[in-house]
Design a protein around this ligand. Sequence first.
Ligand code: THG
Length: 265
Amino acid sequence: MILIGELINSSRKPVAEAIAAQDVGFIQDLAKAQAAAGVDYLDVNCGTHIADEPKMLAWLTRIVQEVVDLPLCIDSPNPEALAAALQVHRGKALLNSISLEKQRFEQMIPIVSEYGCSVIGLCMDDRGMPEDETMALECAQMLVERLQQRGLPVEDIYLDPLVRPISTNSKYGTVFLQTVAAIRNRFSKVHITCGLSNISYGLPNRKHLNQAFLVMAMASGMDSAIVDPLDRKLMALVYAAEAILGKDEYCAGYISAQREGKLDS
Ligand code: THG
């Protein structure tokens, strides 16, 4: 699994406050804690600071990479903010995100080419978010086709079928899982990711839903997710599910996780 740590996001109140106060230590501690938990990327998002998002996203990128040796998942719908952050980013970033919305696609593509990053493609177009797996698969296919046309290798494409809360429609869980399975059946090499915790929005004790959903989505072919890596149970389930799905030869990863104390609650 390619895990993306979600905690440096200004939709979380302590982070919004730290960004407003330019509290470098608070952000850097969050970066170090997530890196120690074993993620592959750290998401950085300061979408609530609209007025000076380019400056703030570049600042976040710089201070996070001062203390962790990880690539970042740069999370913004604003092309100027993405470009400003990519300018100071070291290594190969993951741009979060492009979509099939005409204006967004055309604005983002030159940035992806200029900085040679990987990219998350949201499965939606100018009609909005798909309501069923047929339309979601159509968006996925169109994204892969158009990104490849622009020279992006399939290994650099992360499709996000978009998780919606089951509290708003009880079908959203199965629609997502069927979409993942259909994408995986069609494209063996493309990455499939999502914002995992959207599934449980509006419900109590959300961690159980997030954990069950993660395992089911992995079984359907999802190979990446944006998660809270400080949820130890969730992280232990990633090791367990990878071993069960044959993604962990001789269960070596599971056994090392045990030795490193990562499987204790
Ligand atoms: N797809 C893609 N990118 C995304 C999302 C997605 N980026 C943002 C988001 N969704 C994923 N990241 C987060 C980060 C933090 C939280 C949830 C998702 C979080 N939420 C608190 C909660 O749910 O309890 C609410 C905030 C708070 O009040 O603390 O912490 O889907 N490509």
